[in-house]
Design a protein around this ligand. Sequence first.
Ligand SMILES: [Zn+2]
Length: 479
Amino acid sequence: MSKEDAWNWIIENESHVVEISDRIWELAELGLQEFKSSALLADTLEENGFVVERGIAGMPTAFMATYGSGHPIIGIMGEYDALPGLSQKAIPQKESLVEGAPGHGCGHNIHGTSGLAAAISVRIAMEKNSIAGTIRFFGCPAEENYSGKVFMVRDGFFDDVDVALSHHPGWFNFAGVGSCLAVNSVKFHFHGVASHAAASPDRGRSALDAVELMNIGANFMREHVVQEARIHYVVEKGGQQPNVVPPYARVWYYVRAPERDQVEKLYEWLLRIADGADLMARTTHDVEFLEGSYNMLPNKALSDIVTTNMKEMGTPEYTKDEMKFAREISKTIPREDKMAGLRQTKRPGWEKLMDILLDQSIPDPWDEGIVTPGSTDVADVSWVTPTMEFTTATNAIGVPLHSWQSVAMNGMSIGHKSLIFAAKTIAGTALDLLTKPELLKKVRDEFKERKGDRIYTSPIPEEVKPPLEVAREAAESSR
Ligand SMILES: [Zn+2]
């Protein structure tokens, strides 16, 4: 059976696969700077018979690796960017690997590698069983900060893909059908006139005043937005010292809402508020659009295939040492935080999980209609092809993503087991879709039905390019 061929390849190559994940974990490269991590994945795919196109969609660390030809085309996405300041050893106590350096607090070392292992194993199974179609691995940079996939979608790289699969480390073995928030990330640069703040304030125009007035406007706006909207900002530049009227100030905003059109409306309003701030402070401003992404279009048929594959294999077993590790980590998470986190998942019976360290169940999706208050560029892919990003239990329940605890677990054997389980799940799902046309049809029909007559328009304006320079500077200052 073709699935056995794929799964056997993953089992036989387990140590090599884990080595790749650990290497990316150690490298911990930030978004658009993942030169070594992406090369490691791309080279490995090339060595395993894939044709690799590097530096796609204007990003040197994005790539596409293809095996086979014709439809169905099954896409597998892999991420590999890390987060600043999270360096941590694979131990259950807080201790950085390299002081102040980035770390894999979202488990994208596993994300990239589970997809890679799945892609290669499917290729082996396709060859052995003469299965027609294409398997395509997408090397997706900068999920965390610059929405790499949105640029790839904008440039048409997913247009001919029949289904896109993706895996993310998490608490549960779970193929959800919920959504997430659409977002715009935008910087406002205000320009005033410098002057002596005591001797000649009448001749100055404060860019900082404009920022403050804009923020006041935005904070009043809050009362009249949809309940689930999120608006947050940081003042990046507010002047240099009090006796100089600040000639330049900058504020960086995120605007999020459950549907893309809601974000567009809030964003239009925010633009007007910035204009209003100019009127009051007699300043001018420029808008710098950084990134935007959609809400997720879920797919229940795809979720069912993933869940069935997980159940076919059963979840990993853990050793005594692994349970001890999870227990040590859990002790560092306040019980009320674990409760808040579990409650937020809205998983039925979540109360029963309060005393569970690692989830070994495979729940059916419960989250139809639920919107997670975060955003991901995977969502943009979901509007051009049926998409599923499922999770596997990688972190102890209660461990927040983007934390040192998560970094520790993503670099040790519990993380490795979740990686192998995920790789097999992706491979099984991809092979089901390649060999059972009725399943693929069901998935694609649901996609068409959910999308309806809505048209995907890239949230990123045409003239906006991947912020390579911004990324380079961010990486330099994070060292
Ligand atoms: Zn992530």
